[in-house]
Design a binder for this molecule. Structure first.
Ligand code: FES
Ligand code: FES
Length: 910
């Protein structure tokens, strides 16, 4: 076999020409896994390396072209020390969140810095333009590259007792910037078999599997084919047990394009080239149901037995007499808004491996919900509780979709049945067609107000396409009615929702659980009401804002921690300035019009009206380190760092003494899933209580009072108490099997109530509030929109780590921009990152983040969640700015140029 020789990071390598791509050689042969693969198609830039000093996509570089050439990867740049300044700058600026894009960003930036040591913003944007990031919103990446020469090399630990509020670097940041973080596809036992999944090419079809025994015997390298009849437990999964309905493998009928019917397991050498079109399956395509209207039609095919009219569930909140309120209203405005499927588009496709160890199965996988995964896999395999261990890898972005099972059941089943380790990495199209999406929606809103601008009534109806299976459909249907009115006060309110099955992709959780959609309808119609009563749009919101002591639409009353008006006040000077600037810019006419838009939001942290516990363990090791067993998956949002900061201050020790141990179902208690913006609030409280209990235990050990100052000096615990010093030699104490000489485990479960038949009750223990303002230019001839600036104000209660919060806000803004202007997933049409467009570095303008700290009576140190909040008001603020510019609004998202042109024509006709 002929070979090719080239240089990688200063060492000569020789590989056979059968290897297809440079990315495969780097990752599989040389184990240089800092080079990531997000698409294998040249679209994402995660695989960026330097070839003779120039950035290239390794996935698009055939090894045949490499003879005599020089390849550099992040590992090489890290080892040489060339990127140490960049790495430090990325950590100082919070430029790495999940970290999956970080190697590609660093490599591209390194090439730029070889040319210019102090690049301008546009140079950075040009150089990094080929690398996609779904987490950060790019602004902190730009700041890091531009600030490379001024970044502190060594971070000072915050003073004891001051960790909360400090801009601490990520405790897990070093391995994100040196390429050592292990993601789902980065690791597997030697010899692991490869899984390929046979999926439906149709939205709806009946099918029959053919001669599988003959297929296995004839296909080189294939070890086994597994299907529904190989499942010993329950061929069903779903995040909500009462509606779990999705089969691991379809039986007889598939309900969406991409649904699995079987898997082929084989030797690594054969599986990449395996042609699945030869797999023995025959399809009988059936007419699919592809819209809510079709699904609700009287003669529509029934997608699931027992779900009458294809309705999965309905939701509802009612308060006050709606008819009376509308009868007394002076301004009455209605509107219908529509949104489509949205793809999460994290850069890391689903991946992992599994191995059978005796009577147990270990699954190492990218996931947001390890304990839920464990329970579901035990049910699928028919194994007793505790037989499955989930070891989460670093998560290269999740945003809700990695709450649901994806690769896990296939890995666990194959490893269990075959007794050999197995691995799988979804291709980008496979990831996009088979995993969950944001619910498409049709939202009808009617709002009433007095001529003085006081809101009287709101009537909301939301129809959500929940796709083929239930997933998080019930959560969306129940959360939206609570939030549909926004953080405002009405005399009467009604919100009704319905989640409807179609043969579309499964719609699940995506940053906000339906609230981003409903907020678009409510906040866009608000501008029309404000205009109708002749009020300034910000002042209209301020007048009607929810405040402490006033009941919400569910009758819940918060005595404090309601900071919505504070957010509007923070934005007011920016609003005034932006409106004046827009007026001046538009004074001369011309083909470009400036617009300014505003939108508010609220969001309840945690599950809706349900128990939502988290358990955290904290112990003192005999070596004098604090071990924080925190099972809240950190998918880039910063849970590892936030919990460490809370732990440090609750214990009263230096943050650097804490070793944070991430999620593993065998070693960390169940902190629940990373979703619903719950971890800072709920797991943060569990951390606070566990650390506080441990502090009391340590004080007792030292015979010290509550006021004592604790220090950990090597293997000694030292207490300074009113001039007395006590030293405890930790080596003299009995340690448990984890090496802990003192330990506490605490659970926190927020106080909520179930909702009655009118949706009345206390669904959340805490709400976060916020508002965004968009400034933009609309080209009246082309219908294009150029964003100039997004200014945000969020009530975060207490900012545990301002840098991480700003990162969440900027990332949420970027996803909101995608939702507003460019993204819509159409099954079978754009199942890749070439045709499904997400914001690039050039699409995100300056983002100004104002953190409002109203405090919260139940948050740890007063902190609230922020993860989902940050996305919710961006799209309506942009849509309102477009309407402000052109005189008419876009009501079908995304606001692509043809829809903006239609709005311009409508505005001109008025
Ligand atoms: S993996 Fe190479 S560009 Fe996406
Ligand atoms: S940090 Fe860029 S994709 Fe997650």
């Amino acid at each position: 076999m002929s070979t090719v020789a080239f240089d990688v990071n200063g060492s000569s390598v020789q590989v056979d020409l059968s290897a297809r791509r440079l990315s495969d050689v780097l990752r599989d042969d040389l184990r240089l896994t800092a080079t990531k693969v997000g698409c294998d198609a040249g679209d994402c830039g995660a695989c960026t390396v330097l070839l003779d000093g120039e950035p290239v996509s390794a996935c698009m570089t055939p090894v045949g072209r490499l003879a005599g050439r020089r390849v550099e990867t992040l590992e090489g740049l890290h080892a040489s020390g060339e990127v140490s300044g960049l790495q430090s700058a990325f950590l100082a600026h919070g430029a790495a969140q999940c970290g999956i894009c970080t190697p590609g960003m660093l490599v591209a930036a390194a090439a730029l810095l070889r040319v210019t040591s102090a690049p301008a913003e546009q140079q950075v944007m040009d150089a990094l333009g080929g690398v996609l990031c779904r987490c950060t919103g790019y602004r902190k990446i730009i700041s890091a590259v531009m600030g490379v020469q001024t970044a502190e090399i060594v971070e000072q630990s915050p003073p004891v007792g001051k960790a909360v509020g400090h801009r601490a670097r990520r405790v897990d940041g070093a391995r994100k910037v040196n390429g050592a973080d292990v993601f789902g596809a980065d690791e597997a036992p030697d010899g692991a078999l490869i899984i390929r999944i046979v999926r439906s090419p149709y939205h709806r079809a009946r099918f029959q599997l053919g001669d599988l025994v003959g297929y296995v015997a004839a296909a080189p390298g294939v070890v086994a084919v597994l299907r529904a009849s190989d499942i010993d437990g329950r061929n069903r999964f779903g995040v909500i047990p009462a509606t779990a309905d999705q089969p691991v493998f379809a039986e007889q009928e598939v309900r969406f394009r991409g649904e699995a019917v079987a898997m082929v397991v084989g030797e690594p050498t054969s599986m990449a080239a395996l042609d699945l079109s030869a797999f023995p399956v025959t399809w009988d395509e059936l007419p699919p149901v592809m819209s809510v209207d079709d699904a609700l039609a009287p003669d529509a095919p029934r997608i699931h037995d027992g779900r009458e009219g294809n309705v999965l569930i309905r939701g509802n909140v009612r308060r006050g007499d709606l008819d009376d309120a509308f009868a007394a209203t002076e301004v009455d405005i209605e509107g219908v808004f529509e949104t489509g499927f949205l793809e999460h588009a994290y850069i890391e496709p689903e991946a992992g491996y599994a191995q059978r160890i005796g009577d147990r199965i270990e699954v190492q996988v990218t996931t947001q919900s390890p304990h839920m995964d464990r329970l579901e896999l035990e049910a699928i395999l028919g194994l007793p509780e505790g037989a499955v261990r989930i070891k989460p890898t670093a998560v290269g972005g999740g945003f809700g979709s990695k709450l649901d099972l994806s690769v896990q059941p296939y890995l666990a089943l194959a490893a269990w049945k075959l007794g050999r380790p197995v691995r799988i990495t979804y291709t980008r199209p496979e990831s996009m067609m088979s995993t969950t999406k944001r619910h498409p929606s049709r939202l009808r809103v009617r709002i009433g107000a007095t001529l003085e601008g006081r809101l009287t009534a709101m009537d909301f109806t939301g129809e959500f396409d929940t796709g083929a299976y239930a997933s998080w459909g019930p959560t969306v249907a129940n959360r939206v009615p609570v939030h549909a009115g926004g953080p405002y006060v009405y005399d009467a309110f009604r919100a009704r929702t319905v989640a409807v099955h179609t043969n579309g992709p499964v719609a699940g959780a995506f940053r906000g659980f339906g609230v981003p959609q409903s907020t678009i309808a409510q906040e866009c119609l608000f501008d029309e009401v404000a205009d109708a009563v002749g009020m300034d749009r910000l002042e209209f919101r301020y007048l009607n804002a929810l405040t402490a002591g006033v009941p919400t639409v569910t009758g819940q009353v918060f005595s404090s921690g309601v900071g919505y008006r504070d957010c509007l006040e923070a934005l007011r000077p920016h609003w005034t300035r932006a409106r004046e600037e827009a007026g001046a810019a538009n004074a001369d006419g011309g083909s470009v019009r400036r617009g300014v838009g505003l939108a508010g939001m609220w969001y309840g942290c945690g599950n809706t009206a349900m128990p939502n516990p988290s358990t955290i363990k904290v112990g003192l090791r005999c070596d004098g380190r604090i071990a924080l067993y925190q099972g809240a998956v950190d998918m880039g949002q910063g849970a590892n760092t936030v919990m460490t900061q809370i732990c440090a201050d609750a214990l009263g020790v230096d943050m650097s003494r804490i070793v944070t141990l991430g999620a593993d179902t065998d070693t960390t208690p169940d902190a629940g899933k990373s979703s619903a913006s719950r971890q800072t609030f709920i797991s943060g409280n569990a951390t606070y209580h566990a650390a506080t209990a441990l502090r009391a235990r340590l004080l007792l050990l030292c015979g010290a009072s509550d006021e004592a100052h604790l220090e950990l000096e090597g293997p000694h615990l030292v207490a300074h108490d009113h001039g007395e010093t006590t030293v405890v030699d930790l080596g003299s104490l009995d340690a448990d099997e984890d090496g802990l000489v003192a330990v506490d485990t605490e659970t926190y479960n927020p106080s909520t109530t179930t909702l009655d038949e009118d949706g009345q009750g206390d669904p959340y223990a805490q709400f976060g509030f916020g508002a965004h303002m968009a400034e933009l230019d609309v080209d009246l001839e082309l219908g294009t929109v150029r964003l100039r600036r997004i200014t945000t104000a969020h009530d975060v209660g207490r900012a545990v780590n301002p840098t991480l919060i700003e990162g969440q806000i900027e990332g949420g803004v970027a996803q909101g921009i995608g939702m507003a202007l460019m993204e819509e997933y159409i099954p079978g049409r754009n199942e890749n990152l070439h045709d499904y467009l997400i914001p690039t570095i050039g699409d995100v303008p300056e983002v100004v983040s104002i953190l409002v700290e109203s405090g919260d009576p139940v948050g740890p140190f007063g902190a609230k969640g922020i993860g989902e909040h940050s996305l919710i008001p961006t799209a309506p603020a942009i849509l309102n700015a477009i309407r402000d510019a052109v005189g008419a609004g876009v009501r079908r998202l995304p606001a692509t140029p043809h829809r903006v042109l239609a709005a311009i024509a409508q505005g001109a006709a008025r």
